[in-house]
Ligand binder design. Structure first.
Ligand SMILES: [Zn+2]
Length: 450
């Protein structure tokens, strides 16, 4: 954007010397009114403020399409999940749910959002369990969504953890959740009692999403059972309802066990339906395969095959220290790192596409039209939201899994992380603490230190 008739372009801010993914030379980003207003060599341009990116890698904001703000940071309370199974996790969460208070939910959700912001997540979709008749958790998370609107975009999905047929009250609660402002509904068909009830639960969820113009985000086939075939039902319903772009099938682990001819049929169906697959490599690698003897399954869906077929695939970090997963930082690069291993995607182009799955892939699944990265390209005129990393390229980013040095949201820095500094200490002389000399000092010019 050029400043009218003037010869010299003028911006509010220029970020100089940033390295875009896939580029060898650095570029400057001109920002006006919080939007990207110019890219390239802007040496002659003027700006009210200039920031030197010093050659750092510029990455679009991370997108987390499947998180649980209501269960985060509860691991070990009231007890730890010692078996690591989904069944024990659900049992522990059932008792933890009874202890929920509004203050408890808000405090943990805020702490979790702060973690996400530090890692550069500026868009997230959270599930909220609607098992509580008063929908207290949903109300609290909707309040948090408003409170953090200027920093992070949050979509809220009404999640019937105990099923829709298995817990009939959840159908009415999903309707109430939509009236309260939820962005979509969910289903857990593989946890319903029978195949037929699973299909019926999906019909109900799709029906609600179709009528209300909202999203349907299905917990789909999160099991090692090759007979769990709800992905075909999701794709079929997405096709017949015409709302495929608003449909997500999360997990889809059973697809790893389908025979090849059935899987090929499903890939074609999923592709035509336009739905998105969200893979959760951290939680599923630890939770799946628990009932296998050797050889054990890897526990994740067929990320590479879906992606190569042209289906939108996003990666999610999913749980953070919950009854389902005791670990977790909130850093989407952890999910990409795990996916690189479990999906056999360690090639350079493959690692670049993994970064696409924690950015653009999530944005497509969430229907983020304003997102500034499309087709692997940063868009002129889109929000000036991006991350600057001390990394060289996509594979270096996944290798190091650092926090971004700076997080920009609409042209302003909203978070920064200083790099950790390690000093090697010389612990000679039997490690006497008073004789410990910083190695850096010893390697310096001081003649008094030998
Ligand atoms: Zn989850």
């Amino acid at each position: 954007m050029n400043g009218g008739d003037e010869m010299t372009s003028s911006y509010d801010l220029i970020v100089r010397n940033a390295l875009l993914i896939g580029n060898d030379t650095s570029t400057d980003i001109g920002i006006t009114d919080g939007l990207i207003a110019g890219m390239g060599q802007l040496a002659d341009a003027e700006a009210a403020e200039t920031i030197d990116a010093e050659g750092r890698l510029l990455v679009p904001p991370f997108v987390e399409p499947h998180v649980h703000l209501d269960t985060a940071l509860t691991a070990g309370n009231p007890v730890w999940n010692e078996s690591g199974t989904l069944a024990e996790g659900i049992g522990i969460w059932s008792s933890r749910k009874l202890m929920l208070t509004r203050e408890d939910i808000i405090a943990r959700a805020e702490r979790t959002i702060q973690l996400y912001l530090g890692y550069g997540v500026l868009h997230l979709r959270t599930m909220v369990d609607i098992g509580d008749p008063k929908l207290m958790a949903l109300e609290a998370i909707l309040e948090i969504k408003e409170r953090y609107r200027g920093l992070i975009d949050i979509q809220v999905i009404a999640f019937p953890q105990d099923g829709i047929i298995g817990c009939p009250a959840n159908e009415e609660r999903m309707k109430e959740a939509l009236r309260m402002g939820a962005d979509g509904v969910s289903a857990v068909p593989h946890l319903e009692n029978t195949r037929e009830e699973g299909v019926l639960s999906l019909r109900k969820a799709f029906n609600l999403a179709e009528r209300s113009g909202t999203y349907v985000h299905v917990f789909c086939d999160e099991t090692d059972d090759e007979n769990s075939k709800y992905l075909e039902v999701c794709a079929s319903l997405a096709l017949s309802s015409g709302i495929g772009s608003r449909v997500t099938a999360a997990h889809a682990n059973a697809a790893a066990y389908y025979n090849e001819s059935y899987f090929q049929k499903i890939m074609g169906l999923v592709k035509r339906s336009g739905l998105s697959i969200v893979a959760c490599p951290l939680i599923n690698s630890v939770m799946q395969g628990r009932y296998d003897s050797y050889p054990k399954g890897r526990g994740i869906t067929r990320i590479k095959e879906f992606q190569q077929a042209g289906i939108n695939v996003a990666l999610s970090h999913d749980d953070i220290r919950s009854p389902f997963y005791p670990l977790g930082t909130g850093n989407p690069l952890d999910a990409a790192h795990m996916a690189a291993h479990l999906a056999h995607m360690s090639g350079r182009a493959e690692m670049r596409s993994l970064i696409g799955m924690i950015t653009e892939g999530g944005a497509i699944a969430m229907g983020l039209e304003e997102y500034n990265y499309q087709g692997g390209v940063l868009r002129d005129g889109a929000p000036a939201s991006f991350l600057l990393f001390d990394a060289k390229d996509s594979s270096d980013l996944i290798r190091q899994r650092l926090s971004p040095r700076f997080v920009f949201r609409s042209g302003r820095v909203i978070a920064e992380t200083r790099p950790a500094v390690t000093n090697l200490l010389d612990t000679a002389d039997n490690g006497r603490a008073d004789l410990v000399i910083p190695l850096a000092m010893k390697m310096g010019a001081s003649p008094n230190v030998s």
